[in-house]
Design a protein around this ligand. Structure first.
Ligand code: ADP
Length: 455
């Protein structure tokens, strides 16, 4: 990581310096051209205004101090100033090449070789003269080289700072990632007491939060699995023990007594039914989870279905003092998977009976809405109610509120999850309202259809 950071920093500094160098050298050269042309024109103007030789000499000397050379020739090629210039011929040749012999008042600024130059054919003392001004580019280049040196020093400083910062950031980042990956390994080994912490960067903090969420979810699933395993094993054990005990009793005691034998056999049948129920619940959950069970939709009489299920719970009224208060409209029809809906109603009624209060009363209602489009089934108990935290969880698989209940109907902790999966499959609205110590009301909205429509 640090390598990448350094390469990036180097490239950026290099590009900035290169760009800066090109712009600076170009600008400086343009400035030199402008300067040369201005000086040339000023000199020309002073010639035309009749400057004395002494003034010309003085101007040439002043400019030479700034690295600017001025040459003045007669049209015959005689140097007027400076008269001590050695290589007159080559200067003259270049000058003539640029401005020609014939035209007076022609001037040009250009770069040739190592200098920017101004050449002109002008009038002085009433006769044509040649003017030549040169300025060495090496002076410009020296300035550029100086700048380059400063830039290089600054660049090295910036690069060193970039390397240092890269080292600090990459160290922080990679040590954060390493600690997270170490923690993730612990999580994979089944240690849920770990906590992902990293708040150095926003993204890392988000990743930590997500991983903590994953940890909680994995832990929940594992807890659920342990719980269902414990529940199912426990629920399997009781009926199996009963079946074994009653079978032994028939073998040893009641075999010849038809009345007793009948009773004992009934217990065995009931317990076997309970086992079947449990196995079916577990199967339903896994099937619903895998979306394997398709809905067999048809129109049926919901009122009759509800009455049928209430009758199944009749034994609670007869033997255990339960009372079911009914408010059921006759002949309400809906379109749904009848078998699955009967499972929903059975589970909700079973729960209400399980969790209702000491008055052992359960209120069951089935009513159509004002507009006749919906039928609402609701079942209300007078029990302890469900706390807000538990309300969010009860629909989850294997969830059981951790309190012991008087349970006339055996539950597996799967009932409400099956209810939820079936109703979501149908896209029916459903819900629960509950207040602590006031009981709970579970409701489902079915579509109301006329009895005639058979699909
Ligand atoms: P169980 O087989 O344990 O009843 P369910 O999935 O049907 O499983 O219900 C999950 C949990 O929701 C129950 O263990 C119980 O704590 C709570 N619960 C369900 N119905 C009621 C109710 N009518 N009143 C109070 N608590 C309820």
């Amino acid at each position: 990581m640090i390598g990448h950071f350094c390469v990036l920093a180097f490239l950026m500094i290099f590009l900035v310096e290169l760009g800066f160098f090109i712009i600076v050298s170009q600008t400086l050269e343009n400035q030199a051209r402008d300067k040369i042309s201005l000086i040339g024109k000023e000199f020309e103007a002073s010639l035309q205004s009749g400057a004395s030789e002494a003034m010309i000499e003085e101007s040439i000397n002043r400019n030479r101090l700034d690295g600017i050379n001025i040459f003045l020739f007669t049209s015959e090629g005689e140097p007027v100033a400076p008269d001590n210039y050695s290589d007159i011929q080559s200067v003259l040749d270049e000058l003539l090449l640029r401005v020609g012999r014939e035209e007076v008042g022609y001037s040009v600024t250009y770069r040739s070789g190592e200098a920017v130059k101004y050449a002109s054919k002008t009038e002085y003392a009433g006769r044509p003269h040649y003017l030549f001004v040169t300025y060495s580019v090496s002076i410009v280049r020296d300035t550029v080289l100086n700048l380059q040196l400063y830039l290089l020093i600054i660049g090295c400083g910036v690069f060193a700072a970039a390397v240092l910062l890269s080292f600090i950031f990459s160290h922080k980042l990679s040590s954060g990632m390493k600690s997270m990956s170490d923690t993730a390994v612990l999580l994979a080994e089944g240690n849920y007491n770990i906590k992902f912490t990293n708040a150095d960067y926003k993204e890392m903090a988000q990743l930590s939060d997500t991983l903590n969420y994953v940890r909680d979810e994995v832990k929940k699933t594992e807890d659920f699995q342990h719980e269902i395993l414990a529940n199912v094993t426990h629920d399997l054990k009781t009926p199996l023990t009963m079946i074994k005990a009653y079978a032994s009793m028939i073998k040893e005691i009641s075999g010849d007594n038809p009345e007793k034998r009948e009773k004992h056999l009934q217990v065995i049948i009931d317990e076997a039914d309970r086992l079947t129920g449990l196995v079916n619940d577990v199967l339903s959950v896994s099937k619903l989870q895998a979306n394997m069970s398709e809905l067999k939709l048809k129109v049926f009489n919901l009122t009759e279905l509800v009455y049928g299920i209430i009758n199944k719970f009749g034994y609670l009224q007869e033997t255990q003092g339960y009372s079911f208060m009914l408010d059921i409209e006759p002949n309400l029809y809906t379109r749904a998977d009848e078998e699955k809906i009967s499972q929903v109603i059975y589970n909700l009624l079973g729960n209400a009976a399980n969790y209702t209060g000491d008055d052992k009363t359960v209120y069951i209602s089935l009513k159509s809405s004002m507009d006749g489009k919906r039928v609402r089934f609701s079942v209300k108990d007078t029990g302890k109610g469900i706390s807000k935290e538990d309300l969010a969880e009860i629909w989850n698989r294997f969830y059981r509120v951790k309190e012991s209940h008087n349970r006339p109907v055996k539950g597996t902790g799967l009932g409400l999850n099956i209810v939820k999966a079936i109703l979501e499959n149908h896209s029916f609205d459903f819900g629960v309202e509950s207040k602590i110590e006031m009981g709970s009301l579970f409701w489902v909205d079915f579509p109301c259809v006329p009895a005639e429509i058979e699909v």
